[in-house]
Design a protein around this ligand. Structure first.
Ligand SMILES: CC(C)(COP(=O)(O)OP(=O)(O)OC[C@H]1O[C@@H](n2cnc3c(N)ncnc32)[C@H](O)[C@@H]1OP(=O)(O)O)[C@@H](O)C(=O)NCCC(=O)NCCS
Length: 143
């Protein structure tokens, strides 16, 4: 499996320049705040060729929060998403996390299917992101 390293501002620029190859026609530029590589770089991973990346952080309540994970369309289905999650889980555990969490939209069946496949449990939370803004919360214990 390809080697992973910490994501840098240069990687973020490369990702933003090719965003549709990772996310299709969804506009998710707002998910790519520079703090994820500048402040939370210890828990931001990218494959050497930037074929996949994961941005996350460890919240004070010992939760490893996966903010965004994506694999370039040319590299899907080869285990890179799972590999990125494993790297994040190890880093989060080393920083005291006991649980992992991610959120996604109820319509994002691919994200829900992927996360369930790698051990997460999905739960629909009404109004999670405000009135009428339901989200699916994905969690996995790290212990
Ligand atoms: C979701 C995504 C990151 C998966 O990356 P990937 O590298 O193709 O996934 P992997 O090859 O590591 O797959 C790991 C497992 O999940 C399964 N899986 C992958 N995509 C799946 C899907 N859409 N539905 C159900 N299972 C899926 C694989 O079959 C594999 O199972 P296995 O190891 O038991 O054979 C990728 O499809 C992607 O970037 N999607 C667009 C961005 C996105 O929606 N990100 C998630 C929201 S934050």
């Amino acid at each position: 499996m390809t080697e992973l390293r910490r994501a840098t501002p240069t990687d973020l620029a490369a990702i933003l320049a090719d965003l549709p190859a990772y996310w299709g026609d969804r506009d998710v530029r707002h998910l790519h705040h520079p703090m994820f590589v500048r402040e939370f770089g210890d828990t931001a991973f990218v494959s050497g060729d930037v074929d996949g990346y994961l941005f996350g952080f460890v919240a004070p309540a010992h939760v490893g929060y996966i903010h965004a994970v994506a694999v370039h369309e040319r590299s899907r289905g080869s285990g890179l998403g799972r590999h990125l999650h494993a790297a994040f889980a190890a880093a989060a555990r080393a920083r005291g996390a006991t649980r992992l969490k991610a959120i996604t939209g109820a319509a994002n069946a691919d994200s829900i299917g992927f996360h369930e496949r790698i051990g997460f449990t999905a739960c629909l939370i009404p109004d999670y992101s405000g009135p009428g803004q339901d989200r699916v919360v994905l969690t996995r214990d790290l212990l």
